[in-house]
Write a protein that binds this ligand. Structure first.
Ligand SMILES: [Zn+2]
Length: 199
């Protein structure tokens, strides 16, 4: 139906989250109408982000060097770690301006049905940090979903075993159950953080 290059673009665009076939088609036609400069700027931005952005070697947040901005910031409390599922959750929590510690990005949540086991997440790396950095509190801010809750309980049990003196807390309720942190407004998320409870 389309020339192969157009079909290729539609196929690639339709792999993006939330983009169905029709939207992919609309975006492809938008790009075909766009100036060469605008289309090249988009292509370059995608290439650059893939070449330059990797994961922080300490917390697995996005980073444009070995450390992310937060791990590189001496003013951030290294004995307080907030555990999240994805790098986008770091942004959500940073927006609240309520948290002055560091982060640990797991890279997902436990989900045996989908084949996501503890070894698939950065859980061992979290335990190593808790042990090595004398962490006094771990705030588990995984999503208030079934998989996020299971992950929180798993981590709480693990930390109790390796570092009984480290307290493990969970964001207070008030977050919409079943929703992702990413969609919580700053006020709700800030309050949930301030009112965190022991796990
Ligand atoms: Zn980091």
């Amino acid at each position: 139906m389309y020339a192969p290059p157009v079909q290729r673009l539609i196929t690639e665009l339709s792999k993006l989250p939330g983009v169905g076939g029709r939207t992919a088609q609309r975006l492809a036609f938008h790009l075909l109408r766009a100036s060469d400069e605008d289309a090249a700027a988009l292509a370059d931005a995608i290439k650059e982000v893939k070449e330059r952005i990797g994961l922080c070697e300490v917390c697995f947040n996005l980073a444009d060097g070995p450390l992310c901005r937060i791990c590189a910031d001496e003013r951030r409390d290294p004995e307080l770690i907030c555990v999240v599922e994805e790098p986008s959750d770091v942004i959500s929590i940073e927006r609240t301006h309520e948290f002055r510690g560091r982060y640990h990005v797991l890279g997902g949540a436990l989900s045996p049905i989908d084949g996501v086991d503890p070894e698939d997440l950065k859980i061992a790396e979290l335990y190593a940090r808790v042990r090595d950095d004398d962490v006094r509190e771990v705030v588990v801010a995984t999503n208030p979903t079934t998989t996020g809750e299971a992950t929180a309980l798993h981590i709480a049990a693990g930390i109790r075993e390796i570092a009984p003196d480290t307290s493990v807390t969970r964001l207070a309720s008030g977050l919409p159950v079943g929703a992702d942190l990413e969609y919580a407004d700053e006020l709700t998320l800030g309050r949930a953080l301030a009112g965190r409870r022991a796990l």
